[in-house]
Design a protein around this ligand. Structure first.
Ligand SMILES: Nc1ncnc2c1ncn2[C@@H]1O[C@H](COP(=O)(O)OP(=O)(O)O)[C@@H](O)[C@H]1O
Ligand SMILES: [Mg+2]
Length: 202
């Protein structure tokens, strides 16, 4: 069954649309497992807490992201797909390329090695990239009372993250669908329904 990932910079609208997408797919009869990265397993959630709060070397950050992903695939994603469920994940590997390579500056070739090791060919069937300009996204998350280690980054960091996301969307046009989120929630839902329709076969 399809594996769908949601991507985009902090404040783009991933979490806002996650439950709606799950409900939309369930209304078509799908079993949907909703999950997130970093996280998705007890160990992965512990790693998430470290990743979002502890300062660390950029290589450590990248390695922990892929360590959490290895566990996530083994414990959640692969079993769910094998038993015929859909998987909907709030972030996956495009985020590692966008944040750890685009944002932090790690060579993409290094992440590609980890990607092959950890995923063994597994890729999302569809990735929805929620895209909005950095200033708008920043305005939206500015109200967060307790910003995490990534949310505290400067605008230039998010410009690089966004640019890498858009570069990957251009590189993988069959997989990555860009949905602009500088529009109303209802207008975005209409676009999401159009993007999901071919997958749900209705
Ligand atoms: N289309 C939109 N218009 C206005 N505000 C939005 C829109 N989409 C999301 N938001 C708001 O922006 C904030 C960040 O959205 P969220 O879904 O948490 O982003 P992400 O999960 O991508 O970081 C939330 O407060 C949400 O209510
Ligand atoms: Mg979110």
């Amino acid at each position: 069954m399809p594996f769908i990932s949601l991507e985009g910079i902090d404040g783009a609208g991933k979490t806002t649309h996650l439950q709606w997408i799950a409900d939309y797919l369930r209304a078509q009869g799908a079993n949907v497992v909703v999950t997130r990265e970093p996280g998705g397993t007890p160990l992965g959630e512990s790693l998430r807490t470290l990743l979002l709060n502890e300062s660390m070397h950029i290589d450590t950050e990248a390695l922990l992201m892929f360590a959490a992903r290895r566990e996530h695939i083994a414990q959640v994603i692969a079993p769910a797909l094998a038993q015929g469920s859909w998987v909907l994940s709030d972030r996956f590997t495009d985020a590692s390329f966008a944040y750890q390579s685009g944002g932090r500056g790690i060579a993409e070739a290094r992440l590609q090695v980890l990607e092959e090791w950890v995923q063994q060919g597994l890729q999302p069937d569809l990735t929805i990239l929620f895209d909005v300009d950095v200033a708008t996204a920043h305005q939206r998350v500015r109200t967060h009372s307790d910003p995490d280690r990534f949310e505290q980054e400067q605008l230039g960091f998010f410009e690089r993250v966004r640019a890498m996301y858009l570069r990957r969307a251009a590189q993988y046009p069959a997989r990555i669908q860009v949905v602009r989120t500088d529009q109303t929630i209802d207008a975005i839902r209409d676009e999401l329904a159009a993007v999901l329709k071919p997958l749900s076969g209705n």
